[in-house]
Design a binder for this molecule. Structure first.
Ligand code: ZN
Length: 433
């Protein structure tokens, strides 16, 4: 394939508020978009690879701002229990049985599911992240990766900091920039204040953002008040954690003071509506946070608490859930939901400006949807079709950094038969309660 690719489509979502309905094109050179436009490309075509897909719509790849990729291994292994019980009785005993190999194949499975459902960029926070990074590298997806840091003992803290440093040295910027690294303190209830301070220092030293679970359940917030006399977000503020770039997952139980702290420090929030509903944690005040100027992305969380990695579901849920809660049909509009899943998502995970759009200078992370699907008939409003009507089944082709990674619904970079075999082999041996 030539380095310069001309993709001709039947509709183009440049951004959620800049849409071309009808024949249009994207031209990219290696991994970067050079030009987009309506109608036919009128420049010199002689040195271009031309892909003509007039029965497809091109949209920016979806950004999944929170998850634990290898938890695909625990999909449906412990459902219908609240978070604390779910972690202690279902998930931790399974995680103790994890091996490097299991994480590698679990992450491959996640990449298969995400790429074929239109996600081109995701964040991960887990263990054996070297194996996860290897799977991400091979799959062609864009990944923002963190070692999940738990600070129950001093030994664990020391090891976590050393591992994070070497993870950064090995993987930050790998895959021609497709992989970036963040630091991943798991949560205030698993990382004591002194450890959080050390992680914050390392974040400064390596110039890396951090991602952390914050205020996911009412129990977590009540415990924080009991132990520290303040909310989890108040604690992060008093420790100086919020002076660094931070992506906070969940923020379900936040009050007005928490929201102003998040806004004042430009903390990015990963909103995971489905995971929060399924674990009975609650509903994050997404509209209030958006109104306060906070950058919100959408996330699936791990496949053990969702139970899939389908961002089309999150997109639709984010757009409908808050309408119901607030009894306000304008609460989050279709373009606003799509913005959360693309351009705001990219900002939330600290990708460069332009990511999450199909505009000149942005990375060529492109998803094609089947315009011939019944869900796109008729097309009064392409963005509404995508948010309220489309499903992951409508994704036909995906490009990340200009490279084709999904063709006709099938991954081109992954051996799906091998993944299926390995997942069945590995999970057969797990002991479950
Ligand atoms: Zn999580």
């Amino acid at each position: 394939m030539n380095q310069r690719v001309l993709l001709e489509v039947g509709g183009l979502i440049e951004t959620p508020t800049s849409v071309i309905t009808g024949p249009s094109y994207i031209l990219w050179n290696q991994s970067t978009i050079e030009e987009t436009g309506a109608g036919e490309y009128l420049g010199d075509r002689s040195l271009l690879t031309v892909i003509r897909r007039r029965n497809r719509i091109a949209m920016p790849g979806l950004v999944n701002t929170h998850g634990h990729a290898a938890m695909t291994l625990f999909r449906s292994a412990g459902d219908d229990v609240p978070l604390e019980k779910w972690l202690k009785e279902k998930i931790y005993p399974l995680e103790r049985q994890l091996t490097k190999e299991a994480v590698y194949w679990g992450t491959q499975l996640a990449c298969w599911e995400m790429l074929t459902s239109g996600t081109t960029c995701f964040t991960d926070m887990y263990f054996y992240m070297n194996e996860s990074a290897r799977a991400v590298h091979e799959s062609g997806i864009r990944g923002v990766l963190s070692i999940g840091l738990l600070g129950f003992t001093e030994e664990m803290q020391k090891q976590g900091l050393a591992d994070s440093k070497s993870h950064y040295e090995t993987w930050h910027g790998a895959g021609e920039g497709r992989i970036s690294v963040m630091l991943g303190p798991h949560a205030p209830y698993t990382c004591p204040p002194a450890f959080l301070l050390q992680i914050t220092e390392l974040s400064q030293l390596l110039d890396l953002p951090m991602q952390i679970h914050l205020s996911e359940t009412a129990y977590e917030v009540a415990e924080s008040y009991r132990q520290h006399g303040t909310s989890p977000i108040g604690l992060m503020h008093s420790l100086g954690v919020l002076n660094r770039p931070v992506l906070a997952a969940h923020c379900v139980h936040v009050d007005d003071k928490d929201i102003s702290l998040l806004a004042a420090h430009d903390v990015r929030v990963a909103h995971n509506p489905q995971s929060n509903l399924k674990l009975g944690s609650g509903i994050a005040p997404a509209v209030k946070m958006r109104q306060a100027g906070i950058t919100l992305g959408l996330g699936t969380d791990g496949a053990a608490s969702n139970n899939n990695l389908d961002m089309f579901e999150e997109l639709r849920l984010a757009a409908t859930l808050h309408k119901g809660v607030l009894q306000d049909a304008t609460a989050i509009t279709a373009p606003e939901a799509l913005e959360m899943a693309t351009v705001s998502g990219a900002r939330a995970v600290f990708r460069p400006t332009g990511d999450g759009t199909l505009t000149a200078g942005a990375v060529a992370d492109v998803v094609l949807l089947n315009l011939e699907s019944p869900r796109f008939l008729p097309t009064y409003d392409l963005v509404s079709n995508i948010v309220y009507s489309a499903s992951a089944e409508d994704v036909t082709d995906v490009f990340v950094a200009g490279q084709e990674v999904v063709r006709k619904g099938e991954p081109v970079t992954l051996d799906t038969e091998q993944i299926r075999y390995q997942i069945e082999r590995i999970t057969r041996n797990f002991e479950r309660k």
